[in-house]
Design a protein around this ligand. Structure first.
Ligand code: SF4
Length: 376
């Protein structure tokens, strides 16, 4: 784990709306000190002296909520000392309503080569219900504008199992997503997080969520349709046309180390998982004092191994036992033999040569399978 990380995550915490389901580190952009924030972020970035990266990911919040000028400042400064030849993937998250022509021009002039668009649903009524400010027409406008600007590596996020959503709604969303003719899709089921509008509504009995059976039916439809249309289900929630896997996200699932920069960002360096200070003002002060971090956790060997399994099994390719043994210096089979055999017997895992991976049924059940390795 002592190798230099080759990935970095940069957090832009501003949003032009606050969605009802969201528990990310974010703040409504109005009256926020965005310029000060960007200067502090670049100071933290520069403190790492990063020269070479394979993947760089700007997430949020909504990175495209800032102005075109601020975006240009951010992108220029992140890449000013980087060897762009080795940068394979540079992703920015964007929201359909925020992608104006001047911001797309800035992206086009930068090293960004992948855009991940927070579509969530094509249904205007549902978009309103979850607190999003864009509409269906803006989704098409953004995708068209990005394609015209020469971006071919575009991904969208969709959420299913939304309140009041039916299987017909999901069918409609999947068909509209396919019609966009883009190479990558992420589909997440709605998760109720604490301190969100949705959690409050749920507590008051005012959130009409689909049943578990209906949610499973939705997921099954999604997998079938996308596979029939040339997408590979390469991770529990992610689907790709050949060659368009998110390299940055694969890095997370490979349990690799990475720099995390910005307010509330998490990083993993030298065996330490850390989290930066969240509220903007705390972060700004932290950077001035030379310590942006709020907490650090030195992982034990057991925790590192659990994470390796928990994250690795999310991928269709699973976990390599050889890699595991090289990394941790102990026998995979001594440690996990029993649990693997039990899950294999239940039809949830497959062992092929030195690879342990989920079956279709296992991928369908997602984290519940991976959790068995944590209880060990
Ligand atoms: S879901 Fe995205 S756009 Fe909505 S509040 Fe959260 S970070 Fe902002």
């Amino acid at each position: 784990m002592s190798k230099q990380p080759t990935s970095a995550y940069v957090h832009i915490p501003f949003c032009t709306q606050i969605c009802y389901y969201c528990d990310f580190s974010k703040v409504f952009i109005k009256n926020q000190p965005v310029d000060d924030y960007l200067r502090a972020l670049i100071a933290e970035w520069d403190s790492y002296g990063i020269k070479t990266l394979k993947t760089l990911y700007i997430g949020g919040g909504t990175p495209t909520a800032i102005s075109a000028k601020q975006l240009a400042y951010l992108l220029d400064n992140l890449t000013k000392n980087l060897d762009l030849e080795s940068l394979e993937e540079f992703t920015i998250e964007a929201n359909p309503g925020d992608l104006t022509a001047d911001k797309i021009a800035v992206l086009k002039n930068s090293a960004v080569n992948r855009v991940s668009l927070g579509v969530q649903t094509f249904n205007d009524r549902h978009l309103k219900k979850i607190g999003r400010s864009h509409n269906e027409a803006q989704i098409y406008e953004s995708i068209d504008a990005l394609k015209q600007a020469g971006f071919d590596n575009i991904s969208i996020d969709l959420i299913y199992a939304l309140p009041g959503q039916t299987i017909e709604d999901v069918r409609d969303n999947v068909q509209k997503a396919l019609a966009l003719d883009i190479p990558h899709l992420s589909l997440y089921s709605l998760i109720l997080e604490h301190h969100t509008v949705f959690m409050n509504r749920m507590r008051r009995g005012k959130l009409n969520l689909p049943t578990e059976d209906l949610e499973a039916e939705m997921f099954e439809y999604i997998i079938d349709q996308l596979e029939q249309n040339g997408f590979e289900h390469y991770e529990i929630s992610n689907f790709t046309k050949p060659g368009f896997e998110s390299r940055h996200n694969l890095m997370y699932w490979d349990n690799a180390e990475y720099y995390g920069v910005g307010a509330g960002a998490s990083g993993y360096l030298d065996g330490v998982r850390y989290r930066n200070r969240g509220p903007i003002q705390h972060y700004l002060k932290g950077v001035v004092n030379g310590n942006a971090r709020l907490s650090e956790e030195v992982l034990t060997l057991d925790e590192k191994m659990e994470e390796e399994l928990f994250l690795g099994l999310r991928k269709k390719t699973g976990v390599s036992t050889t890699r595991f043994e090289e990394k941790f210096g102990l026998s995979f089979w001594t440690r996990y033999g029993q649990v693997v055999r039990d899950l294999e017997r239940d039809g949830l895992l497959i062992v092929e040569k030195d690879n342990v991976r989920m079956t279709k049924k296992g991928l369908f059940l997602g984290d519940t399978v991976a959790e068995k390795f944590i209880l060990e």
